[in-house]
Design a protein around this ligand. Structure first.
Ligand SMILES: NC(=O)c1ccc[n+]([C@@H]2O[C@H](COP(=O)([O-])OP(=O)(O)OC[C@H]3O[C@@H](n4cnc5c(N)ncnc54)[C@H](OP(=O)(O)O)[C@@H]3O)[C@@H](O)[C@H]2O)c1
Length: 284
């Protein structure tokens, strides 16, 4: 398998017929599992475009890319890459260009959480979270947005969280990073108005993936009280919301109401409630 494998039903990779140059592609970060993989499936099936799937660990990513290619009969490119690397945007651009592709839809999904007391976090973990959730997302957006504006078409879909609407004691840096994503997206959506380009934010509540276990939050109270959506439900809602032209997408039946409550409740009241849900632990 080549360093950047292509799974293409019916085509053999980089050699392209002349009229197929500069084809639109979907780029999904964090696409080897969880929400990113479900979104890769949904957008592959919905658009029929080649899908560039990015994550750090090659074996699960390549398996995921094969799965998407087989199910939707689209070309998939597994690009093993740490998107916090300084040259990550260059690497993605090169992977696209060598295949005659451009980023028609960029889905900034890769993200990490960090649970517990902020004062006890490793400084390196805070830096890693900011690098991924804030810096990489911003720089990939900056890299691919001008091409979209020039072509007068394209979309950037940023995966934030309900946590982007309130301060989150015991997940303080994570919630703050998602507030940045919500704010950045809303501002850019306004800046690109009338250009033919859309910048969209998705704000799911809890979703059943490995995400919560990875940040040590699987036994926090919210995991017991708040029903979790499937990654597939989030992907379907993202697809529907994007097709309908929404700027902010709240997947699931309860999320729009929860989001509204979070935005209208004074922080004096809201923040202790969020802190109780995130900080109180059951079981281990
Ligand atoms: N799960 C939830 O309850 C929930 C709720 C609201 C919002 N979200 C947001 O949804 C997004 C996806 O969450 P998820 O639950 O699907 O997470 P997940 O199951 O932990 O998957 C994370 C994905 O990101 C990849 N990734 C992590 N660090 C990376 C890096 N530096 N460079 C490239 N890829 C990287 C991982 O693969 P590698 O480890 O191989 O790199 C994996 O494919 C995140 O932004 C998260 O904040 C999740």
């Amino acid at each position: 398998m080549s360093e950047i494998p292509t799974n293409n039903q019916g085509s053999s990779g980089v050699s392209l017929p002349g009229d197929a140059r500069n084809r639109p592609a979907v780029v999904v970060t964090g696409a080897s599992e969880g929400i990113g993989l479900a979104i890769a499936h949904r957008f592959a099936a919905g658009t029929g475009y080649p899908v560039v799937m990015i994550a750090r660990r090659a074996p699960p990513l390549e398996a995921a890319a094969r799965e998407v290619a087989e199910r939707s009969n689209v070309e998939t490119i597994a690009l093993p890459l740490d998107i916090t690397a300084p040259d990550a945007a260059d690497t993605i651009e090169t992977a696209l260009r060598t295949r005659g592709l451009h980023a028609e839809i960029l889905i900034n999904n890769a993200g990490v959480g960090l649970g517990g007391d902020f004062a006890r976090h490793d400084e390196a973990d805070i830096a890693d979270l900011l690098d991924l959730n804030v810096r990489a997302l911003s720089l990939l957006t900056r890299r691919f947005l001008p091409g979209m504006i020039e072509r007068a078409r394209g979309s950037i879909i940023n995966i934030a969280s309900l946590g982007g609407f309130a301060p989150g004691p015991y997940q303080a840096a994570y919630y703050a990073s998602k507030a940045y994503v919500v704010s950045l997206t809303r501002a850019l959506a306004s800046e690109v108005g009338g250009t033919g380009v859309r910048v969209v934010v998705v704000a799911p509540g809890p979703v059943s993936t490995q995400f919560h276990a990875r940040m040590g939050a699987d036994h926090a109270l919210y995991r017991y009280l708040m029903p979790a959506l499937s990654a597939q439900a989030v992907a379907n809602a993202t697809w529907r919301g994007w097709k309908l032209g929404f700027r902010v997408i709240h997947p699931g039946p309860l999320t729009p109401l929860t989001s509204l409550m979070m935005r209208v409740t004074p922080w004096l009241v809201l923040v202790p409630i969020v802190g109780w849900l995130l900080g109180k632990r059951l079981g281990r």
